[in-house]
Ligand binder design. Structure first.
Ligand code: NOJ
Length: 761
């Protein structure tokens, strides 16, 4: 898979080019624009406000319960054309009924658009997005987003609130699981791929849905990793780290954006006109619409930037937030604001035009019920093909972190295996957080997957170990971890003693992650560590299968346990996919999309950090940037992952030690499979710009390629670096490459590899 080619096609070479003069003028369809102009001319101001209003259904809520509007009032408002969109209405029957209310009763018969959080699958669950990023295969993410779109659209919905493209550096944050990790470049590829997957080639087709890129912006930078908290970052971090995935998603054609809940430097994103008007709708020429996050306009009062909902509405619409999700701010106030001259009606017209444009593009005006087809709903959701694709995505998302003494792969026959841990038999946790319409308890458990794979299922003995956690409901605020009831540890130890090898499933319940699921501690919770140590004392041949939605502190495990498999929350087919890896039917090739810290005290930790004036010199002198109680580096670095084979890197070549502006640098390296089995490796190219007008990261991923090699086979891998790949947002607020010296590395992760250097003249 040529990832560079993929970038070129998806991002049209403009991934990082924020220069408005260079921006592609995004094409508008003149026929659609003319229809919108006609329709706008017929609309009253009330009807226009209606298009900017979004309500949740009352039977499923993904935020605090709506206040102020009863169910009956909402139905009446839909009938009078005062609700342009709904979220959380699912299924053909429900969406058709709701659509009928709007189309058959309202004066102008404008269809509603239905949105839903389809984050990693609709009913067929794919790996959580963080896991899928570990595949380093954007094409895989495109395919799973495509299938998610087919299932979503078959249930009457035309819009997903995904992809979530927030760069994340703090493992305490519960929403780490929703994004693609810590790297803006890897995140950009996945952002673009997911948009392409959801939206497909033809938006008006009944199996494509609009994407919603979120959360704009910098939500991953909340202080202390606590959801909804304050963000204060520089323009440089915004431009160089936070925005690239958003830009990539825009270039891939994303139709909608969602505000972030957080402020940046005192300005809540919902009213941040720099983000919304200058950058998104200005520099990037984004033609779609921006939806607020759940009541994020109403929350302006609580942030303390608006005295009342009317002021909040004024600030939000003027800043460029087009649709009000569950805030009840626009409908009661926009008309008054226009009449008294605080909001220009042109602002409203522009917002309405954007909403109508998306509805036209989706084909809703041609047929408001085109997504409502019971036959499609019956046949396209959770079918065999979708489950097979989920298994494929899941196994490709697994990362082998340690495999000392080649304990893995396990034998399918003749080996007595103890399988230990509550998570091993759990059929729900692998579905992950943000699971849309997944049927609770429908995942293939690890126990089932392993039994499916072996010749003699009786060779696998399962011991549950102590209860891990209770209170799994989506809205349980505190999960209750068992830290007292040790009764089942003894049985687990017995089972371990009589086995040749022990597989332990440890990690997190899926509802330890997701929105509002932040933690101060990222160690194994409950009695898991105690169980692990007790089992390890009885039998050293331990393989830990981790199920989790964030980087964890697994320092003890990494030091002691011979084999560790990072298996995240992998979706519907999790157990089968993990068994594929454990028994060697698939040779793992995933790489970490985020650094794993040694301790929570290191977060935020990320490979592409700055040098500082006193980088640690390894000598132990105290006056350097370091901790006195832990090393600086990650336990497992970004880009890290092993295979059942080994690879050797040699012969790093560059086409020239100096390139001029506009010239391209050709880079090549030879990679050899030096082990006994075929395998894949992700060949990664990093650079460092040594001197810049602003400080530059010590390493930056610039390209990569996932290659497949038979035992003994070698391949020369070629990369091309263009001037644009060296560019960044510098001290002069320009996006450009600066002349000077660069280091370049190619290797299997962000730490190891061959090194060379070149100069840009
Ligand atoms: C709040 C979340 O932040 C957002 O990601 C989600 O799309 C909305 N709620 C709607 O459920």
């Amino acid at each position: 898979m040529k990832q560079r080619l993929f970038v070129v096609i998806l991002l049209s070479l403009s991934l990082f080019s924020f220069n408005p003069d260079k921006e592609p003028k995004r094409q508008l369809n003149p026929a659609i624009e003319a229809k919108i102009t006609d329709l706008l001319a017929k609309m009253t101001l009330d009807e226009k406000m209606g298009q900017l209003n979004q309500y949740t259904s009352r039977w499923e809520m993904t935020g605090p319960a709506p206040q102020g509007t009863s169910n009956q009032q909402m139905l009446d408002m839909i009938k009078s054309g005062m609700v342009g969109s709904m979220l959380n209405v699912t299924g053909v029957d429900a969406t058709r009924k709701a659509q009928k209310l709007a189309v058959e009763n309202s004066r102008l018969k404008i269809p509603m658009i239905f949105g839903y959080d389809v984050i990693h699958g609709y009913e067929t669950m794919f790996p959580i997005p963080l896991a899928e990023a570990a595949s380093w295969e954007p094409e895989l993410a495109r395919k799973s987003a495509r299938i998610a779109a087919i299932e979503t659209s078959a249930s009457g919905i035309q819009w997903t609130f995904a992809p979530m493209v927030d760069v994340a550096r703090d493992a305490r944050w519960g929403r780490f699981m929703e994004g693609s990790g810590e790297d803006p470049y890897l995140g950009s590829l996945f952002a673009a791929a997911r948009v392409k997957g959801f939206q497909g080639d033809d938006l008006s087709a009944s199996n494509t849905i609009a994407a919603c890129v979120k959360h704009f912006a910098a939500y991953g930078f909340i202080e202390a990793g606590r959801d909804y908290n304050t963000v204060d970052i520089s323009e440089s971090t915004l431009r160089n780290v936070v925005l690239p995935p958003f830009k990539a998603a825009t270039d891939a054609g994303a139709l909608t954006f969602m505000n972030a809940f957080n402020e940046i430097g005192g300005i809540p994103s919902t009213v941040n006109s720099h983000l919304l008007r200058d950058i998104l709708k200005g520099e990037w020429n984004f033609n779609g619409f921006v939806v607020s996050d759940w009541n994020s306009i109403g929350e302006l009062l609580i942030h303390g930037v608006a005295a009342d909902k009317k002021e909040a509405a004024k600030l939000a619409i003027n800043a460029g937030s087009d649709m009000d999700m569950e805030g009840n701010c626009y409908v009661p106030n926009l008309k008054k604001l226009v009449e008294e001259g605080s909001v220009d009606v042109k602002q409203i017209d522009d917002a309405v035009r954007r909403v109508l444009r998306v509805k036209y593009l989706l084909g809703l005006f041609d047929d408001p019920y085109k997504y409502c087809d019971e036959n499609r709903e019956k046949t396209l959701i959770l079918n065999k093909e979708n489950l097979a694709a989920s298994r494929e995505a899941a196994k490709r998302s697994i990362v082998l972190l340690k495999n000392e003494g080649q304990l893995l792969p396990l034998k399918k026959d003749g080996q007595k295996i103890a399988l230990i841990g509550e998570l091993a038999a759990d059929k729900d946790v692998p579905l992950g957080s943000w699971r849309a319409k997944a049927i609770p308890g429908s995942a293939v458990s690890l126990l089932e997957g392993m039994k499916n794979a072996v010749a003699q299922p009786a060779n696998i003995t399962y011991a549950k170990g102590p209860v891990y956690v209770s209170g799994k409901s989506l809205f349980t605020v505190q999960l209750e971890f068992n830290t007292t009831d040790r009764t089942e540890i003894a049985e687990a130890v017995q089972v371990a003693k009589s086995a040749d090898v022990v597989v332990m499933a440890l990690g997190e319940n899926c509802f330890q992650t997701g929105e509002g699921r932040c933690q101060t501690d990222i160690k194994l919770k409950g009695l898991q560590q105690e169980l692990l140590e007790a089992v390890y004392a009885a039998n050293k041949n331990v393989v830990v299968v981790l199920m989790n939605g964030r980087p964890l502190d697994i320092s003890w495990m990494a030091k002691n346990v011979p084999s560790i498999v990072e298996a995240w929350h992998l979706g519907s087919e999790a157990g089968n996919a993990i068994a594929d890896v454990l028994f060697g039917d698939y040779n793992p090739a995933g790489k970490l999309p985020a650094s794993f810290p040694r301790t929570v005290g290191q977060v935020p930790i990320y490979y592409n950090h700055k040098s500082s004036g006193r980088p640690f010199d390894g000598e132990g002198n105290v006056f350097w940037s370091h901790y006195t109680d832990a090393p600086n580096d990650a336990l497992f670095p970004f880009g890290y992952g092993l295979s059942y084979t080994t690879f050797d890197y040699s012969d790093l070549k560059i086409s020239s030690s100096t390139i001029s502006r506009g010239e391209k640098l050709q880079v090549s390296v030879t990679v050899k499979n030096t082990g006994k089995v075929a395998g894949e490796d992700v060949v990664q190219l990093y650079i460092r710009d040594l001197i810049g007008s602003i400080t530059r990261p010590v390493k930056e991923l610039k390209c990569f390629e996932k290659i497949s090699l038979k035992s003994g086979e070698s391949k020369v891998v070629h990369f091309t670096l263009a001037e644009n790949d060296l560019a960044f947002w510098g001290a002069d607020n320009q996006f450009k490459a600066e002349p000077g010296d660069f280091k370049l590395w190619i290797g299997p992760n962000s730490v190891d590899g061959l090194e060379t250097s070149f100069k840009l003249k």
